[in-house]
Design a protein around this ligand. Sequence first.
Ligand code: FNR
Length: 359
Amino acid sequence: MREEQQYAVLHEFVRPAQANLSRATWDYIMGGAETETTLERNRRALDAIAFRPRVLRNVEKVDTGGTIMGQKVKLPVILAPIGSLQDMTPEGGKAPTRAAAEFGAMHMLSSACAPGVEEVAAAAPGYPKIYQLYIRGDQKYVDDHISRAMKAGYVALCLTVDLDYYGRRERDLAKRYVTTSRRTNALEHYQARFSWADVAKLRKRYKLPFIIKGIATAEDARICVEEGIEGVYVSNHGGRQLDHGLGGIDALPEVAAAVNRKAEVMVDGGFMRGADIVKAMALGATAVGVGRLQALALSAGGAAAVVRMLELLQDEAMRALGMLGVTSFAELDPSYVKATTPLGRPWLDSAFPLLKEGY
Ligand code: FNR
């Protein structure tokens, strides 16, 4: 069956993914840290935003395009870095890269994922993508990883900085489950002592755009701007790290204001629907990262399912933009959204309420 027929709505990736995954990998993907309050807040925060549509404007042609690190994309979506993709699809990191290239989105390859940078780059030759690095070794380790990524043609480097300590993900701990990437890559003390001074040194050494992922405050966003960072990525790591944080989109307005258009502003955390993307773009994001939804599509049907997921997100976003009375993301501003009372549905339910009804 062609993907268009196989997946008509976004929730249709969920059950096939669950059927294909072991319980341990499902929980590794879906779980958060400790009480999973941050994880729940990601969706709750999106759910607490309503639209203020404008009408009677010509919206016959809606363009969902955008740019990410200067590269044109059909939808301002980043397939967020995910470790251990090889546990979700036999192609591992190659699958989202191929899907991003085919659709016209961006992929950020995690350094905690197989196969490595070169093999993934070769899966979509010439297509721009971003390399996300955890500092899991000394200067030689860092130099080796960055120069290999540059040689393989990655267009930007993303440093994920919210993992100084690995979050206590209790679904995994309670099962004594250790993921593939943690078994092979657990040298976190290098990350814990990595500081702004080290970022500045790396920037001097490497002439490629930098993104800092894991920003949650205006204070740190300002430091990013002072350091000339090109991409400020608001993220709480999908609620997998520090518990009791704000929802991803809750932290976006203060960061966007602090950045004041001097860098691109990415955000993630709970983004599952086209309307979610529209909300973030109205509040000052230039792109949105998709983590678990990407993992679900990959686990359901590999690269082809991720292309379909991007098509469905684009279709939803296009309709939402049109019904808001605008023809592009660029026309949005905060006047198109308003704080409201969230419905209080739990995480997956709030994105896909029909699942519970057996659809
Ligand atoms: C992640 N995330 C992540 N981030 C990162 O910078 N490097 C990584 O290797 C990983 N690995 C990873 C594995 C899995 C299974 C998940 C679910 C997430 C975090 C990811 O990039 C992103 O910030 C969140 O997933 C966004 O939240 P949602 O979309 O999953 O709700």
